[in-house]
Design a binder for this molecule. Structure first.
Ligand code: 13P
Length: 391
């Protein structure tokens, strides 16, 4: 593959009006997502669900690239078309997640380093043959008491840069994803500080590994308040702080920045991106590479189609439900779920990055949303997926 074509691929992944669909959940992660709609995690169910996404009519109008998991890259649609080919026919560039996961980092309690460099060049060569044109590697930076450490930021930046070099040499555009997690009660100021630190180190590491910035896409997290911080920043503040950090750290040669959603609701992630594009002023295209924020609604419908309408669970798809400080908003979301989507009762699970006691918000809901009175919660902590009556 010529060097020119890597630039062209990077540009088309984030072409105007398009973003990237992250459909690369590992078998373990998709199990969590499927559980929320009571769908069994079998290979055939994973295949059928991904076919539903990739065969959506007109998907190519809005999606420039789709990130797949190893198993998915090898799967076919019901009529025997390999998924990479199905996507290419729709005008969507197929990509592949190549990291092997974030693992506990030695001597750095509470922190992880992402693995997968061993044998990567060989795997990349096979992925190119199977039709992949870009790759993804996600590093995870956690904010907490005394963390992140310099050791964690340096190790993850180095691994991402080595991955990016191997990809560019193999003919794949690397998506470089250093995610600063939104879990925790930290302020938006702290998130800004850590995001800027992470991105500065990231681009220094990329430069030292000789990465051509024109042939990569950056996938950062937005600068937001910690998910359980009492003071939640406004959409305008998130947009302003995120853009400020990106302008300080991301070279103009990078063609596109495609944000992850990180557990934000689809609505909020979209509002943040919209506000940033309205502010503008950056040299790069600003787009999305959402997983949860693009698939939440699809999954709910898929669950209904697969016949489990009476057992719907609302969890990460409705993060507003677990924010104690927005009672009336909870009520509206629950009411909508119960009435418009036809759920006879709503259950709330808290295992998708939203770790708050359920008792309080269940109280909010019962008081404020008559339609949500079927909601059940034991008030147990940590919350179980399917609670008994009470709370
Ligand atoms: P979310 O948008 O759900 O954060 O997923 C994006 C992704 O690819 C994480 O690696």
């Amino acid at each position: 593959m010529s060097t020119q074509s890597l630039e062209a691929i990077a540009k088309s992944m984030v072409a105007s009006g398009k973003g990237i669909l992250a459909a690369d959940e590992s078998t373990g992660t998709i199990e969590k997502r499927f559980k929320s709609i009571s769908v069994e995690n079998t290979e055939e169910n994973r295949r059928a669900y991904r076919e539903l996404l990739f065969s959506a009519k007109g998907i190519g109008q809005y999606i420039g690239g789709a990130i797949l998991y190893d198993e998915t890259l090898r799967q076919k649609s019901a009529d025997g078309t390999p998924f990479p080919e199905l996507l290419a026919r729709q005008g969507v560039i197929p990509g592949i997640k190549v990291d092997t996961g974030a693992k506990d980092m030695a001597l750095c309690p509470g922190e992880t380093v992402t693995e997968g460099l061993d044998g990567l060049a060989k795997r990349c060569a096979e992925y190119v043959k199977l039709g992949a044109r870009f790759a993804k590697w996600r590093a995870v930076i956690t904010i907490g008491a005394g963390i992140p450490s310099q050791a964690c930021i340096t190790a993850n930046a180095h691994a991402l840069a080595r991955y990016a070099a191997i990809c560019q040499a193999a003919g794949l555009v690397p998506i470089v994803e250093p995610e600063v997690l939104m879990d925790g009660d930290h302020t938006i100021e702290r998130c800004e500080e850590v995001t800027e630190w992470t991105l500065r180190e990231q681009f220094a590491a990329l430069a030292s590994q000789r990465i051509a910035f024109e042939k990569m896409v950056l996938k950062p997290s937005m600068v937001v308040s910690g998910a359980s911080c009492k003071q939640q920043a406004s959409v305008a503040e998130v947009a302003e702080r995120t853009l400020k950090v990106l302008k300080r750290t991301v070279p103009a040669a990078v063609p596109g920045i495609a944000f992850l959603s990180g557990g934000q609701s689809d609505e909020l992630a979209t509002k943040h991106l919209d506000a940033m594009n309205k502010l503008g002023g950056g040299a790069w295209t600003l787009s999305f590479s959402y997983g949860r924020a693009l698939q939440a609604a699809v999954r709910q419908e898929h669950g209904i189609v697969t016949g489990r309408r009476d057992e719907q669970v609302i969890e990460g798809d409705f993060p507003e439900l677990v924010d104690d400080d927005r009672g009336p908003r909870h009520a509206r979301v629950a009411e909508q779920a119960v009435q418009q989507r036809g759920f006879p009762a709503a259950e709330v699970a808290g295992d998708d990055g939203y770790r708050r006691p359920l008792r309080r918000h269940c109280g909010h809901l019962r008081r404020q949303a008559p339609a949500a009175r079927g909601l059940r919660c034991s008030g147990r902590w940590p919350p179980s997926r399917s609670c008994g009556r009470g709370g």
